[in-house]
Design a protein around this ligand. Structure first.
Ligand SMILES: N[C@@H](CCC(=O)N[C@@H](CS)C(=O)NCC(=O)O)C(=O)O
Length: 199
């Protein structure tokens, strides 16, 4: 399998962490690919021009990261990162959606800041920051519902927090995660997260 990746993309990190948890990371050939400034080379595999893209061994291209994670989870039985059915499955998928939404908001702020100052929108940045603040604030309640030692939702949230710390180390909005210290220490020590720290 080939994974179009960049070392700083949180969505790619999620996919790589899942591959490690599932014991299939040695089957991933990492192909460096950045969509900036021009995504044309990626668009032949993903019309949206975004990474990650997984090219499966039969040639099928998969995107985006939730689909790739679900595929990787289907490859081996243990640990099961997404239950097949029931409300636990949907709570875990909701947690992933929360994490992805936090990442989306963080990425949008980074992209805004890269625009010429005259084209930047303080209102758009404030709106994204508010989403991050609310998202991080919801974590304590969300994570208290986690019943598995590890699952896709928890991995995704840890990666979203890692992304915020990487891109916005000064952000006050991260404060609620300090109420999750035990969880954070436990999850961030996992090899899947240790070996995929952005650089
Ligand atoms: N929802 C997508 C988001 C992927 C995404 O936004 N990736 C960024 C890199 S971090 C990208 O390729 N952006 C290019 C673009 O937006 O044109 C996923 O979960 O895979």
């Amino acid at each position: 399998m080939k994974l179009l990746y960049s070392p700083t993309s949180p969505y790619v990190r999620k996919v790589r962490a899942v591959a490690i948890e599932k014991g299939v990371s040695s089957q991933l050939e990492l192909i460096s690919a950045t969509p900036w400034p021009d995504p044309t080379h990626i668009a032949t595999l993903n019309p949206l021009g975004k990474i990650p893209v997984l090219v499966c061994d039969d040639g099928t291209e998969l995107y985006d990261s939730p689909v790739i994670c679900e595929y990787l989870d289907s490859l081996t039985p243990d640990p099961q990162l997404i239950p097949a059915a029931g409300m636990t499955r949907f709570r875990i998928l909701r947690l992933q959606a929360l994490a992805d939404g936090i990442m989306d908001a963080g990425v949008s702020i980074i992209l805004e800041k890269r625009r010429p100052p005259a084209e930047q929108s303080p209102a758009a940045q404030a709106r994204a920051l508010n989403a991050i603040t609310r998202g991080v604030g919801a974590l304590q309640g969300e994570l208290s519902l986690s019943t598995h030692a590890i699952d896709l939702g928890q991995l995704a949230i840890a990666i979203a927090i890692g992304y915020l710390e990487f891109r916005f180390p000064e952000l006050e909005v991260l404060a609620p995660r300090y109420g999750l210290q035990d969880w954070w220490q436990r999850i961030s020590a996992r090899p899947s997260l240790q070996t995929t720290i952005p650089n």
